[in-house]
Design a protein around this ligand. Sequence first.
Ligand code: FAD
Length: 425
Amino acid sequence: MKEILDLIFVGGGPSTLFCASKLDNKINFLILEQGKNLEKRNKSIRNNSSEAKSDILFGVGGAGLFSDGKLNFCTDIGGNPLDVLSQGRINKITKEFFDKYSITPLKAGNSNVKIDKGKNLVFPQYHFGSDRLRAFILKLIRPFEDRIVTNCIVKKIEKERELFVVYVNGAKYKSKKVIIATGQSHFDFPTEVAKSFGITITPAKISIGFRVEAKMDNLQKYFDIQYDPKILFETKYGQVRTFCSNPGGHVVSEEKFGFSTANGHANYENKTIYGNFALLLKIYGKERIIDGCKKLSQDTNSKLIVENVVDFLNGKHSRKLQIKPQHNNYVTGLKFEKYFPSEVFEGLKEALWSLIKIEPGLTKSILYAPELKVLHYTLNVRKNSFESVEVPSLYFIGDSNGNIHGLWNAIMSGISCAEELKNEK
Ligand SMILES: Cc1cc2nc3c(=O)[nH]c(=O)nc-3n(C[C@H](O)[C@H](O)[C@H](O)COP(=O)(O)OP(=O)(O)OC[C@H]3O[C@@H](n4cnc5c(N)ncnc54)[C@H](O)[C@@H]3O)c2cc1C
């Protein structure tokens, strides 16, 4: 048993790091992170070893370290930020962030694009680029680096009178407050903590689909809409959205929950001649989707399935791929449809047909499957502080909150939580 701390963070991703960077230095806190420190995290996101794939998500900097660093300044995406942050707080944080880091948003998008049964959200965006994130995070954590404990997985949290007891690999810490910031890498952790404290949870939808890749020449109309187009299609089977677009970028595979899924990113410099983006359907029924992903990973030995987009649309097997996949951890000959309920691929097909009307170049693209975004159950937290309404002094920030997801929302939740903690003193 160690000294009694004021505050413990579980997880060292962007939500935690921005929160910690704003705290008064009189607050005695520790960050417990299950992964490696920044220097030891794999330098190459495109290495296909299991260790590298898990390094994409775990370690200081969280999923944010190898992310694309795209910031979407819009309250209509990334969950429901206005449920947990007031508009006034969002405006204040945004202004201070722009001033501090000299952010000038990218050029405005094209709002005149006609979408068949859907809408096109156009708003300010910013792209850091994966190649600029390591240096950025190193600078951010310098003042509190000695408070980060790595290779330290939190197994359980209990309450002992006024204090929280946090159990890690054979040891335990006591703290007055705990902030859960475990992201999406362990989707069950925040809900297990919530359940153990009797916190009310509401089931959320899961997003399943694939990542499309094509030569930039065949994606020009799509990328003319904006840097990261946010098109929402209302299909018969649920909402399908374009997500995480990376002009001049790379496709990667990450390992979470014991299987491989696709993702993508782009550097600020050194662009490729390829672009990629995800197409995802929101659906209830987490278990059947996870089971499909696990089965797919078993059949492919933890690789991704690659098909031509036109073959997927026409229910055919891809004999010869339209382009050489830029990511090399894949198999061909298997069909995405085999692993998921029909509403998944029918919904995605319906959206793809609409998207092809905007960007005919997609007929020359390939897809990597599966891509999966797991939203947590939503938890009831106080606006701006992210403190559980039911368990005082227990907080849920970033992707672990369930009401919000994405980098900018994670950053805002951390900064806002720190402001409320400072006000309490
Ligand atoms: C390749 C890639 C590209 C992306 N690009 C973008 C983008 O451009 N824009 C965007 O908005 N979003 C992007 N994202 C998503 C974005 O990175 C996340 O939304 C963001 O990092 C969430 O921050 P967080 O602090 O909530 O959690 P995370 O960044 O997920 O960090 C959580 C941390 O908690 C640790 N942890 C988990 N469980 C435990 C435990 N029990 N004990 C101790 N530690 C634990 C994990 O190791 C991890 O380091 C991308 C993600 C990836 C993987």
